[in-house]
Design a protein around this ligand. Structure first.
Ligand code: BES
Ligand code: ZN
Ligand code: ZN
Length: 479
């Protein structure tokens, strides 16, 4: 992320010097609190919807529905993107909304500056370097952004953009070893420690399910364990992420059209690393661990097969009937490792099922677990952060569909229906009784990777899960 400098000025809008101005038109109300020449609206036939750029005053009028956090976040992002092809480097605007709304607007401004151009020989950088908020507010509730609000937005945006960069990397580059290196770097730059379990260590840990998924890959697997332990921590949260650096389906090979974008099957794992980075940089007073199961799911003579029976770290035997249901195998062993660390709350993030996308659409994550109250609290934080999500209910009938005739459990359901929930129930079978109420599973398969940009999400990786989880953890800390 190329950082923009955002500042709050004590000067009036008129007296601030900037290359261009941005004014939001709220709900088609063409009256603004500024003494600007509003005749332009009539001349240009602008009714308050969409954008109007007035060349003479170098002012962008941008119509938004309301002053909600969601609208302001999206508008902030769109405005910065609008200036990408224009020759201006500084913008001025006024304050809109109260603290929560302004916080969202700030995040949108930072996120609007993101683009992934790593593989482009010609890079097109956004020329906007500075955004200045004048002292005027849209109405009485408007709050000028404080340095701490700006810092908070910047930390969150930085984590989101770093995560997007890694997920967007081509799979031949972003291997498990790459993720290990990245995690070590994140740890080095923050108060986080990093422990890596290599293949030998995974064998010693008896992670038979995780190891089976890795078998046909030329890249060694890795379990990344990041820990952030501040003094006076108010409890311990453990986050687990699916880090499939590529999922071709294994011997249950994916059809080509479904295989493309599977570089993004590491999105949950990458989000977990980004969440740790953000939590540490925000100095939140809570212990947070991040555990990422990193491997490829490939094909070859050495591949694990449908009919194989694996022994997981928890000791449970698993009948493999589909090698494309690999994420749950990796997660089962990672969740087992995580429970040994005695979490107060345990949350996993994974691009786990196509069924979740079919059920909820591509904009929404699925929240699963046994504790209704915990699910509701996460949902609340997620929605407040601007990430869509919905609770998917477990039930005993779906649970029965995972029964195996030859092993303790089967890695796929015997029915084609309810696939997101049966995947969640499979993970649930590896959660010990004493942690059942402390665990949440978040299926981010829908929003993790974007093929047509929406909201603050550009083409490619979105960084799904980060905003929701950082908000959830902040609220736990009472911040
Ligand atoms: N990584 C996929 C799930 C996925 C699908 C993520 C689409 C993002 C977009 C996962 O490993 C998978 O292949 N799941 C199977 C499970 C099935 C075999 C029970 C699926 O969803 O088809
Ligand atoms: Zn798969
Ligand atoms: Zn997968």
């Amino acid at each position: 992320m190329k950082p923009i400098k955002i500042t709050s000025s004590t000067q009036s809008f008129k007296s601030i010097k900037a290359d261009a101005s941005v004014i939001f038109i709220i709900n088609k109300k063409l009256k603004t609190p500024l003494s600007i020449n509003e005749k332009i609206f009539k001349t240009m036939g602008y009714k308050g919807e969409g954008v109007l750029f007035d060349q003479a005053s170098k002012t962008l009028y941008y119509g938004i529905k309301d002053l909600s956090a969601d609208s302001l976040r999206e508008a902030g992002c769109a405005v910065i993107k609008y200036f990408k092809n224009l020759p201006f480097s500084s913008l001025k605007t006024i304050c809109y909304g109260a603290e929560e709304e302004m916080q969202a607007l700030l995040l949108g401004l930072f996120l609007g500056n993101y683009s992934f151009e790593f593989y482009k020989t010609e890079k097109k950088v956004n020329p906007i370097k500075e955004v200045i908020f004048a002292k005027e507010g849209y109405d009485k509730s408007s709050k000028a952004p404080t340095p701490s609000m700006i810092k908070k937005a910047e930390i969150l945006a930085q984590a989101i953009c770093d995560v997007r960069d890694v997920i967007n990397l081509a799979p031949q580059e972003a291997t498990p070893a790459y993720l290990v290196n990245w995690a070590k770097n994140v740890a080095k730059n923050t108060k986080i420690s990093c422990k890596i379990l290599d293949k030998k260590a995974l064998i010693k840990e008896k992670m038979g399910a995780f190891l089976a998924v890795n078998r046909a890959s030329i890249h060694e697997p890795a379990l990344i364990h990041l820990s952030y332990k501040p003094k006076n921590a108010k409890g311990r949260i453990i986050l687990v992420g699916k880090g499939l650096t590529y999922d071709c389906g294994g011997l249950s090979l994916k059809p080509s059209d479904f295989m493309t974008t599977m570089k993004a099957d590491k999105s949950g794992g990458c989000a977990v690393i980004g969440i740790l980075q953000a939590v540490a940089n925000l100095a939140l007073p809570i212990e947070v661990h991040g555990i990422v199961g990193a491997t490829e799911n490939m094909i070859g003579g050495n591949a694990y097969k449908p009919d194989d029976i694996l022994i997981s770290r928890e000791g449970k035997s698993i009948e493999v009937r589909n090698t494309d249901a690999e994420g749950r195998l990796v997660l089962a062993d990672c969740l087992s490792y995580a429970q040994d660390l005695a979490p107060d709350i345990l949350i996993d993030f994974a691009t786990l099922t196509g069924a979740c996308v079919v059920g909820l659409g591509e904009y929404t994550s699925g929240i699963m677990g046994y504790n209704e109250n915990l699910k509701m609290r996460f949902e609340d934080s997620s929605l407040r952060s601007g990430e869509l999500c919905a609770r998917l209910p477990f039930n005993r009938h779906l649970e029965k569909l995972l029964e195996s005739k030859v092993a303790d459990i089967c890695n796929i359901s015997s029915s084609r229906y309810g696939g997101a929930i049966t995947a969640g129930l499979f993970l649930g079978a590896f959660i010990r009784e004493e942690y059942k109420d402390k665990w949440l599973h978040i299926d981010i398969a829908g929003p993790a990777y974007v093929e047509k940009e929406w909201d603050v999400n550009p083409y490619g990786a979105s960084g799904a899960g980060i905003r929701a989880c950082v908000e959830f953890i902040s609220e736990l800390c009472g911040e």
